[in-house]
Write a protein that binds this ligand. Structure first.
Ligand SMILES: [Zn+2]
Length: 166
């Protein structure tokens, strides 16, 4: 069984940001670390869209420059321990499944050498309740353009308080 760990505080942060941007989409970056053998993901920090992000009804473009700065700060402040784990974004239309675009994004991250992310994760918050669902790219095989990457949903919701990880 695989588990992703995330604090109530980080969930609340994503939900509040999703609500703020509604009916437009918003999102950001997940940082933290993997346990041994990439078994469990421990999300320790959630970054928002940034001040210059562009929000649409079914897409959004983050403020990359701002996000890069946040990622670098969190990486440094954590003693170079928390790294990029994946992305999160809201689906104001209420669907928690991954769209085709989401799958392609995950596949791209998994195959982006510099990122060194073999198994990126993606958190979707489906409106208007903003329940969260977490997906993980679980395959490094190269796909034909017409074949969707295999994506496995993993168990989240082993919620815990952030201080337990300190
Ligand atoms: Zn999406």
């Amino acid at each position: 069984m695989r588990t992703a760990w995330i604090s109530y505080r980080d969930v609340a942060f994503m939900q509040q940001e999703a609500e703020r941007a509604f009916p437009l989409e918003t999102g950001g970056v997940l940082m933290g670390y993997w346990t041994k053998n990439n078994q469990d993901a421990v999300i320790r920090s959630v970054i928002g869209p940034g001040p210059k992000a562009k929000h649409e009804r079914s897409s959004f473009a983050p403020d990359y420059e701002w996000q890069e700065m946040q990622i670098a700060c969190i990486y440094k402040d954590s003693g170079r321990f928390f790294t990029y784990l994946g992305d999160w974004h809201s689906h104001p239309d209420g669907l928690s499944r991954l769209s085709l675009k989401d799958r392609i994004t995950l596949w791209r991250i998994a195959n982006y050498r510099q990122a060194r992310i073999a198994h990126p994760i993606m958190v979707i918050l489906a409106g208007p309740q903003w329940k969260i669902k977490l997906w993980r790219q679980d395959c490094m095989v190269l796909f034909d353009a017409f074949i969707l990457p295999f994506i496995r949903e993993i168990r989240v919701y082993q919620y815990c308080h952030q201080y337990k990880f300190l």
